[in-house]
Design a protein around this ligand. Structure first.
Ligand code: B3K
Ligand code: ZN
Length: 901
């Protein structure tokens, strides 16, 4: 473990690599206790760079030998210090460098590089894991063709996989119990896309023929016995392959596409060329073990990794500051895939909800950064909601400004110019601009500016002239990021953003007004994308026949905080009639936020802050759910999350009181449950399942609404709860065959202080103890429970035999569930939640810094709480900061948290 303070790297210091590697040939031999890696690199001086020695990265490697053009290298010609192997000058312009190293995959608890999981060996190289396998210039702008021979015991590791196409295989000459397979990948790639697997697995095989007729073998490898859980992932893969051909004209390029699922994995999945490695969570699904959300997650992650084959692999990043080049774009692509294959409106609502829960607080906290940060200490800390989700919003804004065809032309030009290259976000924007003729010079600032812009709007209707005037103003206050920039002597970027504001006017009868801007000869269209490019701009619309209600930011056309005064009646009108489904939902959320902020101001007590009109609006949502789209109704009934309400309190200049926020939100749910009981009952009854489980759009929507109704009914007074709701929860728990309904019932019961709770949890555990992903759910519903004593219970669960600090999924289920998704208990006034987090982070950082660092992010908003909570949080943060040899991932996060403010 490192003891140095983290070194900050700067985008401005980028320099091209002094040496290029044209080809890599690896021989990886796996033995019990260690692996031997022989590497042969074809090195070439980069004519475009300054002359300097060849510097190779290497971490936790035992160097056994090094030769240059076949001759052992004299120890004076190289130095191996500080995670670097330096080959000193003079060097020929081209040469062959061979090294042999030993590594210890069974001791690799970081799960970066080559590691052992259960009985198999797997790799994770992004961002900087390849250097933990062999010495290499481990940076994405060094692209080489790879060949890799994997060698291991035949009986224990029948599958030996790497990138590309299999070229040869055989038995080891000196030991017939061992075998080898040689893989060749014809596409030059950076080392972060290298992958290798040696394991005993079951494989689901299928075939796909690309649009141009190329046959592709598809393979999904899973732990033996799990083949019955792979069908959905395979179907998702084929759907994604077809979609990318149809929407973007992009085809697969190798003979084989492999997905390998592993239970120990730091994140969701990894797009290694031709050999994706996946967290089991995003592969395995069966109706009785996986929820609708799991099925959808599989669709999206399978598609995401597949789409990276072009946006990430064929065209990759020049350096890690450009991470959003591939991630923002690929998230946008998977979002569009989701929208084209499911409900576009529900998909968009879920994305915006995720942005508000995960990205807006990040932009307001100590780790704030733009989608292309100018500096970082540990790149793994920048796989964030900002780089991914706000990155996707930035791509979406370009799509909005260019239109679908213009965007497609931009994509085509991007690939035409840059296939096979490692490029920058500027190269992407340039392709979009050049292909469309739309000036994106000002738009580029989105890549450099951190923070969530505030969009302030005012409007006025003049009945006499039939004109509607809209004034828009943008504000973007400096964030913690600008502070960090200034501290490191970097220029602070400011300047006005180019914000696309989709806009419509809804008339009193609910129809959209045709839009005619002053100066235009006639009206055209009912939604306009207004380009806000100045600090303040005014737009005048003519011939508006009656006072309209404004529908602003349709489809959430920009990632901003909207400040726009609208009356309850106006919001109710939008909820009922807006032609933009997203804004119908949004109007409901704004109304709910307003009600809840009043409740929070009232200390969460009583219910006179709940207007009848709001109850009535929810009643209409329930009716619509029955008649129309249940999925949209379920989204509408889902009140803003506690973390989102907390940010709304902060935006008003308040201090977060997590107890009051929780109490107010529960009070509103209870009030709705009491007042709308008959409606909830009616919907629950009407939506009883009529067919066998299928994760299709119609059923998913029905289950979402039905379970939302049941959860509301569970907020009822005790008698009704015991007599009418608990028995239904029990039935749903026992029904079997459908994890969506089962876990919904268990999560509801986990919030209730009733004897049935313990029995249900115990029974669930007994039934599912052999299904790891289901047991993760069992930990997670307890971690997120509302009940008093949850922190103590979480501590007890950490001692449960099924809990394992070394398994990221378990840690995410229990610890991140508690710290990230249970704000009231994590921010408990006595500081016990913070103390628990500090204990876990301190222990975990030595084993798995990436996962520990993610947990550490739960402290981001600690300064927005009262003085006592701040004192507890500070003590916890300082305790972590004082850990000897603290991993740099955690040091960066904790350092920023303590610094800001
Ligand atoms: N590119 C990987 C993420 C790697 C994270 C490394 N800490 C998965 C993805 O975004 O597709
Ligand atoms: Zn990705």
């Amino acid at each position: 473990m490192r003891t140095d303070t983290p070194v900050t790297l700067f985008l401005k210091d980028y320099a091209p690599p002094a040496w290029l590697i044209d080809a890599v040939d690896l021989h990886v031999a796996i033995f019990d206790g260690h692996a031997e890696i022989k590497s042969r690199l074809a090195c070439r001086r980069n004519p475009a760079a300054q002359a300097s020695p060849l510097v190779l990265n290497g971490e936790a490697l035992e160097l056994m030998s090094v030769t240059l053009d076949g001759a052992a290298l004299d120890p004076t010609r190289y130095a191996c210090v500080d995670d670097r192997l330096t080959i000193v000058a003079p060097l020929p312009d081209t040469f062959r460098l061979e090294t042999t190293v030993h590594i210890h995959p069974d001791r690799n608890t970081q799960l970066s590089g080559l590691y052992k999981s259960k009985d198999g060996y797997f790799t994770q190289c992004e961002a900087e894991g390849f250097r933990r396998i062999t010495f290499f210039p481990d940076r994405p702008d060094v692209m080489a063709t790879f060949s890799c021979t994997v060698e291991a015991d035949r009986a224990r590791f029948p599958h030996l996989l790497s990138n590309g196409n299999p070229a040869k295989a055989g038995a080891c000459e000196d030991d017939a119990t061992r075998h080898w397979v040689r893989w060749e990948d014809p596409f030059p790639k950076p080392a972060y896309l290298f992958a290798l697997v040696a394991a005993k697995l079951d494989v689901l095989e299928d075939r796909y023929t690309t649009a141009s007729g190329r046959p592709v073998k598809l393979e999904i490898y899973v732990e033996p016995g799990k083949l019955d859980q792979c069908g959905h992932a395979m179907a998702a893969l084929k759907k994604a392959m077809r979609w990318d051909e149809q929407r973007f004209g992009l085809e697969y390029d190798l003979d084989r596409y492999m997905i390998v699922a592993v239970g120990d994995f730091n994140m969701g999945a990894m797009e290694n060329k031709g050999l994706n490695i996946f967290n089991t969570k995003y592969v395995l699904a069966r109706p009785d073990t996986a929820t609708d959300a799991d099925y959808q997650g599989i669709d999206r992650v399978v598609a995401h990794e597949y789409f990276h084959n072009w946006t990430g692999n064929r065209v990759t990043c020049r350096d890690w500051f450009q991470l959003s080049l591939k991630e923002g774009l690929t998230v946008f692509r998977d979002q569009e895939f989701g929208a084209d294959t499911h409900s576009r409106a529900v998909t968009r609502i879920q994305e915006v909800r995720a942005l508000r829960v995960g990205q807006f607080p990040e932009d307001a906290g100590p780790m704030a950064h733009p989608i292309r940060p100018a500096s970082y200490a540990e790149i793994n800390n920048f796989y964030t909601a900002t780089v991914y989700n706000k990155g996707a919003e930035v791509i979406r804004m370009m799509h909005t400004l260019l239109g679908r065809d213009g965007f497609r032309r931009g994509m085509d030009l991007y690939f035409e110019r840059h296939d096979g290259q490692a490029v920058t976000c500027d190269d992407f924007v340039a392709a979009m601009q050049d292909a469309s003729g739309v000036d994106l010079a000002q738009f580029r600032r989105w890549y450099a500016r951190a923070g969530t812009p505030r969009l302030h709007a005012t409007g006025a209707y003049d009945a006499e002239t039939q004109r509607y005037t809209l004034a828009l103003t943008q504000h973007l206050a400096p964030t913690a990021y600008e502070k960090r920039l200034a501290e490191s002597g970097q220029p602070v970027i400011d300047g006005v953003l180019h914000i696309p504001v989709a806009f419509g006017l809804v008339l009193p009868d609910g129809r959209d007004a045709p839009l005619q801007l002053a100066g235009e000869p006639a009206a055209s269209g009912t939604t306009r994308v207004l380009s806000l490019t100045a600090p303040t701009q005014t737009f005048v619309f003519e011939a508006i026949p009656a006072a309209p209600v404004v529908s602003l930011l349709r489809d959430f056309s920009a990632p901003v905080q909207l400040e726009f005064e609208q009356t309850d009646a106006e919001l109710a009108h939008l909820m009922a009639t807006d032609s933009d489904a997203f804004n119908r939902w949004e109007a409901g959320q704004r109304l709910a936020t307003r009600v809840l902020l009043a409740g929070i101001a009232a200390g969460g007590v009583g219910c006179d802050w709940i207007p009848d009109a709001f109850v009535a609006a929810c009643g209409r949502v329930l009716d619509d759910g029955l008649r129309g789209d249940p999925a949209l109704a379920a989204e509408a009934l889902n009140l803003p999350a506690e973390t989102v309400l907390a940010e709304a309190v902060v935006a008003q200049g308040g201090i977060i009181d997590p107890d009051v926020i929780h109490t107010a939100r529960v009070a509103l749910r209870r009030h709705l449950a009491a007042r709308l009981r008959d409606s909830f009952e009616a919907v629950w009854t009407a939506l009883a399942p009529a067919a066998a489980y299928a994760p299709d759009g119609a059923q998913v929507g029905q289950r979402a609404l039905r379970n939302a109704c049941l959860a509301y009914l569970a907020e009822s007074d005790t008698d009704y709860l015991k007599s009418s709701v608990v028995p239904r929860l029990a039935v749903q728990l026992k029904a079997g065959g459908n994890m969506t309904d089962e876990i919904a019932a268990l999560a509801t019961l986990a919030n209730l202080d009733l004897p049935e709770r313990e029995a249900a949890l115990a029974d669930f555990y007994t039934r599912w103890q052999t299904e790891a992903l289901v047991i993760d759910k069992w930990f997670s519903v307890q971690a997120t429970s509302r009940l008093h004593g949850t922190v103590t219970h979480v501590r007890a669960l950490m001692q449960h035999p099924a809990f394992d600090l070394k398994n990221p999924n378990r840690v995410y289920a229990l610890i991140r569930g508690f710290c990230g998704a249970n704000p009231r208990h994590f921010h408990a006034a006595d500081g016990n939640g913070y103390a628990l987090a500090a204990d876990v982070i301190s222990e975990l950082q030595a084993m798995n810094p990436q996962v520990a660092s993610r947990i550490a992010r739960s402290f981001d908003r600690w300064r927005q709480f009262d003085a006592d909570r701040q004192a507890h949080a500070r003590a916890a943060l300082e305790r972590i900061a004082a850990v000897e040899g603290l991993a740099k991932d955690v040091a960066e996060v904790i350092g920023n948290a303590l610094k800001a403010g």
